[in-house]
Write a protein that binds this ligand. Sequence first.
Ligand code: DGL
Length: 262
Amino acid sequence: MIGIFDSGLGGLSVMRAIHERLPDTDLLYLADSAYCPYGPRPLSEIRDRALACGRWLVDQGARIVVVACNTATAAAIELLRRELPVPVVGMEPGVKPAVAATRNGKVAVLATSGTLASDRFRSLVQAYAAGVEVYPLACPDLVAQVEAGELQSDQTRNLIEQHLATVPEVDVIVLGCTHFPPLKPLIATCAGSHVTVIDTGPAVAAQTERIARQINVPAGSGTIRCATTGDPQLVAPALYNVWGAPLPLVGVQIDSAVVVHE
Ligand code: DGL
């Protein structure tokens, strides 16, 4: 079984890509909804939550843990790789493919404030985006829209338009938060057909598949189960909207891990 977690429902976009590549592998998805959003939280708290979520998935039998969250990856990937006894796959905004794709040298990165303020993001831009203007756009309100299952509403469209109006004419938009791929059709429409929209979910799924084959994660029956640290009754309707079909969902309580922060 492969375990996948996010602060909420955004990581379902990554799970979909993993399920497409490994349709017979059992997947367990954990939405840390009680602590969503992660974006504005202090680094130490995101680390505590990420470690608690990762440990919980390992306790349930996960052979690989996928951090389907850019914010948790930026804050805690080294910690998780040190502490968990299984391979950990993380993700980062697709700055490299964006730099390769831009023609006018202007790229917007839509992400959380936590990701955009992180050392990992700064290093990524420094290493790969020389000569390209990178416009960071923190969009916590779009995270909230996805958590509410509002993928198509006028309000969501207005928010996207307002965000895009704050940056110059970019020709590439990076979806640097896993909550945004479910909004990709709307973002692409608002941005216009000359803009390329980049999602790193498929690359993360490819990496997960490589590791699953290397360590021989046994094929199961392709079942998908979900758990939330929030109220399952409140989460279920949005889960349905984002996934597009019903998925089994249970409520779980996961106490924060105590990490000794340097
Ligand atoms: N889905 C998350 C990410 O990829 C975080 C959203 C949030 O909880 O603020 O960054």
